[in-house]
Each structure stands twice: as structure tokens, then as C-alpha cells.
Ligand binder design. Structure first.
Ligand SMILES: [Zn+2]
Ligand SMILES: [Zn+2]
Length: 374
């Protein structure tokens, strides 16, 4: 059985797996929470079982890594989500937008495209529970995500537990493709939860930073035009118009629920809240029509009092949206490949500048996305 299995592996002779893994791998690691990343060298892992090894070309630098490096997310009201409670141990290699070349695979990995470039889906679960088996890794209760619980993409090599997490993104600029696995996927999954959106209905996008602009791009890519952008920042609202919003609301000095209904000519069909504080969720809910939907994405960390009777009588849906599935990432890549989704502005930097890049992200000094290059 074993010799048959080895023979049947396309272009994966067992010897090639050891030849590619002799030198040490390089990474930039969190050694102490909140401190600059430190350069580390360790033995390049050898893929076992179903594992696949890649040499990385790119990894997008996500703003959430600023919080992960600090070791916590602020949840508001003095509460914190600690990364150590999420199964993270130090030293850790962050980076959850990796893209690279498949160079080796374990004996159980099956038909693996050795030598091909692949985007990596990072939000993997345990791999064995019912959610993981149906492809909803992002709903797994024992998450084992790349760049959080597993070693991530701020490195020159990456070990992926199974080839089903590799996605063919050929035909797209690979540096941009890398960024699709976090912000692209999160917004696509959120917007999809409003589908099917009737053409004549209005959707509010609340908070138009990077995620909000991507959400507007996703709605437009899906063919929806009646989009109202809401933010406190005039420059961001201008960017939202450029991205394709049909109307904008500066939320500082108006009653937003009323203004939304004025623009839409009545209560609105849906809202995507990319901020997630008491104010934004309250005015979004207040603006919804019967059967309306509020999709929560932003992790600002607020609370709202909710009238249960009104929720029933107005037949409202309030749904959280966290990351997305492997199948959804494939759909995002297809939208990008078809040219329906436009690239966000990004710049390339060498991997050695990743820690400085996190500092600049923390200071709000980066427009668009930085992608580190190995
Ligand atoms: Zn991210
Ligand atoms: Zn699972």
C-alpha cells in the first residue's frame, strides 16, 4: 500500500521532500507581547501526513496584527480579549495573508501541485469536527488559524495542514491576491449575508475605513448600486463615493436613522456595521424596514438594549459575520479574476520591515495595504 501510494503521488517523489528542507527557515516573531518582532531562525519543518510546505513570496500586513502583537483586543467597557486565552503561545509568527510556492507535501497529502503558486486560506479549524468537515472552518470551536495559533506568514516558509486550504489565484497580481484572504474575505462574507439584495433596495455601509471601502467594492462587484456610506470623516466619505457609494452621510451632526430613511425614501433593507459601537448599531437598527437585516462586522465592542417584541414584530435579523469559509475565498478570487473587484492601493516592502510596518499601522500612518516580500 505504501509503495503504491508513493508512486501515485504526482511529481512528489519522497526524496524531493527532504531535499527542499535542509536550510533553516527565517521568520519575524513576537517574543514578548507589545514588543518589536524579532528575527528568528529555526529548522525548516518537514511536512508530515497531509501537510504541505510552501516557500512564501508575499504576506499582507493586516491592522489586526497590531492588536495581536500587543496580545489583546479592546472590547470596550474596560474588557479585553487576550490572545493568550485564544490559544496563542510565544514565540509566535504572525501574518495571515500568505502567498507562495508549494515545494513539498506529506505522504497523505494526495495530489498536490508541487511548484505551483497558491494563496493560503488562513482561518482553519481543527480539521476534524462537523463544521470543519462541511468546509466552515471559521465556525470551528477549536480554531487553529495561521498567524495566530499556527506559525504565520511573516516568514520565508509556511507549513499548511492540508492542501484543501490552498487556492489557485493565478491571473491576479500575487501581491494583491495575498490581501484577499483577510479583508477581502471578511467583507465578501458579510455582504453575502444580505443576498439576494433586491436591486431597488438600499444598503448602508457604516464605517468606511479599509474594510468599509472594500465592502462597497464587493457590493458593486455583485451588481448592487444603492449604497449609502456613513462615517464621521469627510475624507473617508469622499473615498466612499469614489469606491461607488451612491450617497454619503456624515454621522456627526445628524440623526442618522432618519437621514438614511430620507435618502432611501423609507426604511432600508440592510446595513453592514463595520464599526460596532452602541451608536452605529442603534441607528442602523432604527433605519431598517420589516424583514431588514443588520450584519455586524466591526469589533469596536459596544452593547445595545434590544426590544425583543419589536425585533419579532419587525422580523429583524441581526447577524454577526466573522472571517469567511474556504469556498467564499474561492468566490472572492473569482470576482477579482473577472475584474469585478478592483485592487485596493498597496505597496511592497521587504520582510525585514514588517515590525516597522506594524508600528506605522498603529500610528495610522499607512494608506491602503502593505505587502511584505520575501
Ligand atoms: Zn487580517
Ligand atoms: Zn473544527
Amino acid at each position: 500500500m505504501e509503495w503504491f501510494r508513493l508512486l501515485s503521488l504526482r511529481k512528489v517523489p519522497a526524496r524531493a521532500q527532504t531535499q527542499t528542507t535542509e536550510s533553516d527557515m527565517l521568520s519575524y516573531d513576537v517574543v514578548e507581547w507589545g514588543k518589536p518582532l524579532e528575527k528568528a531562525e529555526r529548522e525548516t519543518p518537514k511536512p508530515n501526513g497531509t501537510e504541505v510546505l510552501l516557500t512564501l513570496k508575499y504576506c499582507g500586513v493586516c491592522h489586526s496584527d497590531v492588536h495581536i502583537r500587543d496580545g489583546y483586543f479592546e472590547l470596550g467597557g474596560g474588557k479585553r480579549l487576550l490572545m493568550s486565552d485564544r490559544g496563542m503561545t510565544l514565540p509566535a509568527t504572525l501574518g495571515h495573508e500568505p502567498y507562495g510556492t508549494v515545494i513539498a507535501a506529506g505522504p497523505e497529502a494526495g495530489d498536490v501541485p508541487i511548484g505551483a503558486d497558491r494563496l493560503v486560506y488562513p482561518w482553519m479549524g481543527c480539521g476534524i469536527c462537523a463544521r470543519c468537515r462541511e468546509g466552515l472552518d471559521n465556525y470551528c470551536m477549536a480554531a487553529r488559524m495561521i498567524g495566530i495559533q499556527r506559525r504565520g506568514g511573516y516568514a520565508d516558509h509556511l507549513l499548511v495542514p492540508h492542501p484543501r486550504y490552498l487556492i489557485d489565484a493565478s491571473g491576479i497580481d500575487p501581491a494583491w491576491a495575498a490581501t484577499l484572504s483577510c479583508s477581502g474575505l471578511s467583507t465578501y462574507s458579510a455582504v453575502s449575508k444580505l443576498n439576494p439584495i433586491p436591486r431597488e433596495e438600499w444598503v448602508a455601509v457604516i464605517g468606511v475605513g479599509g474594510l468599509g471601502l472594500t465592502a462597497i467594492g464587493m457590493l458593486r462587484a455583485m451588481g448592487h448600486e444603492r449604497i449609502i456610506a456613513v462615517d464621521v470623516d469627510a475624507a473617508k466619505l469622499n473615498a466612499a463615493e469614489v469606491a461607488g457609494a451612491a450617497a454619503t452621510i456624515d454621522s456627526r451632526d445628524v440623526e442618522v436613522a432618519k437621514k438614511l430613511q430620507q435618502i432611501a425614501g423609507g426604511p432600508i433593507y440592510g446595513a453592514i456595521d463595520l464599526v460596532g459601537n452602541t451608536d452605529t448599531a442603534s441607528f442602523a437598527l432604527g433605519a431598517l424596514r420589516k424583514g431588514g437585516r443588520l450584519i455586524l462586522v466591526g469589533l469596536y465592542g459596544g452593547e445595545i438594549p434590544l426590544s425583543l417584541a419589536a425585533t419579532i414584530q419587525r422580523a429583524l435579523t441581526i447577524q454577526g459575520s466573522h472571517l469567511g469559509s474556504v469556498a467564499e475565498l474561492k468566490e472572492v478570487v473569482a470576482l477579482a479574476r473577472e475584474g469585478k473587484l478592483r485592487p485596493i492601493p498597496f505597496q511592497k516592502r521587504p520582510l525585514s520591515e514588517v515590525s516597522r510596518t506594524l508600528d506605522e499601522l498603529k500610528a495610522g500612518a499607512i494608506l491602503g495595504r502593505v505587502v511584505v516580500e520575501m
